[in-house]
Design a protein around this ligand. Structure first.
Ligand code: M6R
Length: 608
């Protein structure tokens, strides 16, 4: 989604803003722009396309100044174009605005502003904010922004500058992330810390309905009435190199290969020397956790698939009903939420609008919310009663990979922790499970070492027009996730199905043009998968199987098999997904697509 950076200090603003926008590229965008203040005037450079295009433009159109804003736009209202790109200006050309989010009442505001003589140039919702602030401006930018946001319905992270007050940037937030970065003799605003990591690690997160007024030497945090608020300064723990490719061709490849390291990190955080499970800063009390009668998991996309694995884990470990909902459905379907429910919200970014809305819906019933999240200080973590961080490090590729296995690993530990508390599993089972989970990173490494064989399979199958992914039991979500990975980066139609559902419809699709990925690892449902494989072969479907090393049976009738090390069925999703991530990655690369920035997608979906 859109990205914001703002700089105020003594240095030349443009290289800093351009670097910040480059760091935000992964979020997905279609146009970009920069505004600076120089000698009492605003100057803008905007273009359709990539940051590289903006940089070329900036060579021809040189912008100077020590204060400015930059923006990457992911089109919502109006096509990607120069006129629709941010920053937007008011009619006088003295006020400039960058905005993430959606101004829902922009049509009404626009009509009103037009009646007052404003000339609106773009099709965006954002431009009205610039005119609105301008109409309310009486010599105090922060008062004008405060007045404007009172009239705005919807979500926003706003960065505003005015040539009449060149020494400040005003920022405001509602339902769209924004941070202030603290420097020495310079300060920043950004929608994502990645934008400013080259310059500072000290940040203050704005909460909803908060504003910041920054100058080169000061930062004032305010509520929407203009009262000062005290805020903690957070230190970002990851480094700039964590958001670089480190020798891999794409972030997605790097992140797929990071999974063993991420899971080892989770193991060392969650398992003590005495082999007990613990979570840092976990503050849901045991008496409540013992009383929980059902679990409701809310998530979107890949995190939703991790949630589906979570349902299998919780129901088998705890024997309590667990439901999994898309945030976008949960928020509107009038869910039944019983008193002793535990809501678990899963999100890599912690900023997904639908997941947050689902959590807010749940909180109306006064239930407790535990989030499983990767981003420190994100909106979800602040709105939850307790958080377990997934420790996956920054995930840059739009296609989520390491966050998925990190979420699942965390769900295993949570399930075991609750099972121990509630005595629903024996101590020996829990110890055995911990031992098995500790072996997963090594087993993942083994699969990753076999990447070239997966690449060869990708090469043979990239011309198939459609893929079907079949899995059973705890690997049904793996089938869904495998299909999602393929479709989002290779644009090949791909469907995930519970293999038992084949005969109820999808079998009609099978012919020699259909590639069918079958997850057939050793398990109590293996024979059932074999039946699905036979049915597919009988209809000339081309099968790629994921099977357990040592399986000779499948060799008799299948050519394309990707082997994984032996693992108990209940922990197998941590392995079976790895070949599917690699398969999707190689198919997209071989088709020549930009895997890290797939078309139409954004890393963090902060609007509904
Ligand atoms: O940040 P979140 O985990 O809340 O994001 C949820 C989805 O938007 C995300 O998983 C999306 O589906 C990815 N593109 C999947 O690869």
């Amino acid at each position: 989604m859109c990205g914001i950076i703002g700089y105020i200090g003594s240095k030349d603003a443009v290289p800093i803003l351009a670097q910040g926008l480059k760091n935000l590229e992964y979020r997905g965008y279609d146009s970009a722009g920069i505004v600076t203040i120089y000698k009492g005037k605003l100057a803008t450079a905007k273009c359709k396309g990539r940051i590289a295009d903006l940089k070329s433009l900036l060579k021809k159109k040189v912008l100077r100044g020590n204060v400015g804003l930059g923006h990457t736009r992911w089109a919502t209202h109006g096509v990607p174009s120069v006129v629709n790109a941010h920053p937007h200006l008011d009619c006088s050309g003295k006020i400039s605005v960058v905005h993430n989010g959606i101004i829902e009442n922009f049509q009404d505001l626009k009509e009103n502003l037009k009646k007052q003589g404003c000339k609106i140039k773009s099709q965006t919702d954002t431009e009205v904010a610039a005119h609105l602030i301008s109409k309310l401006y009486k010599g105090n930018l922060e008062a004008a922004v405060r007045g404007a946001v009172k009239k705005i319905k919807g979500s926003f992270a706003l960065g505003v500058i005015s040539s009449d007050e060149p020494g400040k940037i005003v920022a405001a937030r509602r339902d769209s992330p924004l941070v202030v970065g603290l420097g020495s003799g310079e300060n920043f605003i950004a929608s994502d810390v990645a934008a400013i990591l080259n310059y500072t690690k000290q940040v203050i997160y704005l909460e909803d309905n908060q504003m910041a007024v920054i100058t080169k030497d000061s930062v004032n945090m305010l509520d929407m009435r203009g009262n000062k608020v005290n805020k903690d300064i957070n230190t970002i723990s990851y480094r700039q190199e964590d958001v670089q490719k480190r020798g891999f061709s794409h972030f997605m490849a790097k992140e797929i290969h990071e999974q063993p390291q991420v899971l080892s990190r989770i193991i060392s955080c969650c398992v003590s020397r005495q082999n007990t499970i613990r979570f840092k800063d976990f503050n849901l009390d045991s008496s409540f956790l013992k009383k929980v009668e059902n679990i409701i998991i809310i998530a979107c996309g890949t995190a939703y698939h991790a949630g589906l694995v979570g349902k299998y884990i919780m129901e088998s470990f705890l024997r309590i009903p667990t439901s999994v909902d898309y945030g976008s459905e949960f928020r509107y379907r009038k869910p039944v939420i019983r008193k002793n429910s535990l809501v678990i919200a899963i999100s890599q970014s912690g900023e997904t609008a639908d997941t947050l809305a689902g959590v807010r819906e749940a909180k109306k019933s006064k239930v407790r919310v535990l989030s499983i999240c990767n981003v420190l200080g994100s909106s979800l973590t602040r709105e939850s009663d307790s958080v377990i961080y997934t420790h996956a490090g920054p995930e840059i590729s739009v296609a989520s990979t390491k966050a998925y296995t990190a979420q699942i690993m965390t769900l295993y530990f949570l399930g075991l922790y609750l099972a121990n508390l509630r005595n629903s599993l024996s101590k020996s089972y829990i110890n055995g499970a911990i031992a098995s989970l500790k072996k997963v990173p090594t087993k993942q490494r083994e699969i990753l070492q076999n990447s070239s064989a997966i690449k060869a399979i990708a090469k043979k199958h990239l011309h198939f027009g459609a893929f079907l992914y079949l899995g059973r039991n705890i690997n049904f979500p793996t089938a869904l996730e495998g299909a999602l990975k393929l479709k989002e980066i290779s644009y090949i139609p791909a469907e995930g199905y519970a293999a038992g559902e084949m005969k109820h419809g999808p079998i009609a699709l099978i012919d020699e043009y259909r590639a069918v990925v079958c997850i057939a690892n050793n398990s109590f449902v293996f024979d059932k998968m074999v039946s699905n494989i036979q049915e597919t072969l009988a209809r000339k479907g081309k099968i790629i199987a994921i099977a357990t090393q040592g399986n000779k049976q499948l060799r008799e009738y299948l050519k394309e098999i990707i082997f994984i090390p032996p693992i108990e069925e209940e922990f197998s999703p941590l392995l079976t997904i790895i070949p599917l991530q690699l398969l999707a990655y190689y198919i997209a690369v071989l088709k020549g697509y930009d895997v890290d920035k797939p078309r139409n997608l954004a890393k963090s979906v902060t609007v509904e």
